[in-house]
Design a protein around this ligand. Structure first.
Ligand code: 4NP
Length: 154
C-alpha cells in the first residue's frame, strides 16, 4: 500500500500528514507527500511544521518539497488531499477513472459532517499548525487502523 499526501506547497500540511501517518505504520507501507505547485521545490518543511511535529515526537527534518507528477497517479494507491483546491488540481491530472478514484479529501475519513478541509496554516501562527496537527492525527489514526486491518485480512 502506497499513500501520497497532497497540499499546495508541500511545506506545511502534507509533510505533517506524511510524518504522522508514517509514525503510525510499519515500514512495509510507503508514505510520501507532494504539492500542487513547484514554488518550494527542494525546500525543507516549514519551521513551524517541523516544530509542531517534533513536539509530538514526529521527525520531519528529512522532508524536501516536491511537486506532484503524473507518475504519482500510477505509483500510489491513494492520494489524500488537504483541501478542495488540491482535490480539483489532482482530479484534473488523473488520466482515467481508476486514477481519479485514488483521490480524496483526507478529512473525509472522519465522516464528521464538519467542514472537510484542512485549513492552510501558512499565514497563521504556531497554534494554527497545532490545530492542523490535531486534525491530521485524528484522520491518520483512522487511515492507519483501516490499512493495518486490511493488510491482516488479505
Ligand atoms: P501548504 O502551505 O500547502 O500546506 O504547504 C502553503 C505553503 C506555501 C504557500 C501557501 C501555502 N505559498 O503561498 O507559498
Amino acid at each position: 500500500m502506497k499513500i501520497l499526501m497532497l497540499c499546495l506547497g508541500n511545506i506545511c500540511r502534507s509533510p505533517l500528514a506524511e510524518g504522522i501517518l508514517r509514525s503510525k505504520l510499519s515500514s512495509d507501507f510507503e508514505v510520501d507527500s507532494a504539492g500542487t505547485i513547484s514554488m518550494h521545490e527542494g525546500e525543507k518543511a516549514d519551521k513551524r511544521s517541523i516544530k509542531v511535529a517534533a513536539n509530538h515526537h514526529v521527525d520531519i527534518n528529512e522532508h524536501r518539497s516536491r511537486p506532484i507528477t503524473t507518475k504519482d497517479f500510477e505509483n500510489f494507491d491513494r492520494i489524500y488531499c488537504m483541501d478542495l483546491h488540491n482535490l480539483q488540481d489532482a482530479l484534473s491530472m488523473a488520466k482515467n477513472n481508476e486514477q481519479g478514484a485514488k483521490v480524496s479529501l483526507i478529512l473525509d475519513v472522519l465522516n464528521s459532517g464538519k467542514s472537510n478541509e484542512v485549513p492552510d496554516p501558512y499565514w497563521g501562527d504556531l497554534s494554527d499548525f497545532e490545530k492542523v496537527y490535531q486534525m491530521l492525527d485524528e484522520a491518520c489514526n483512522v487511515i492507519a487502523k483501516e490499512i493495518n486491518f486490511n493488510s491482516k485480512t488479505i
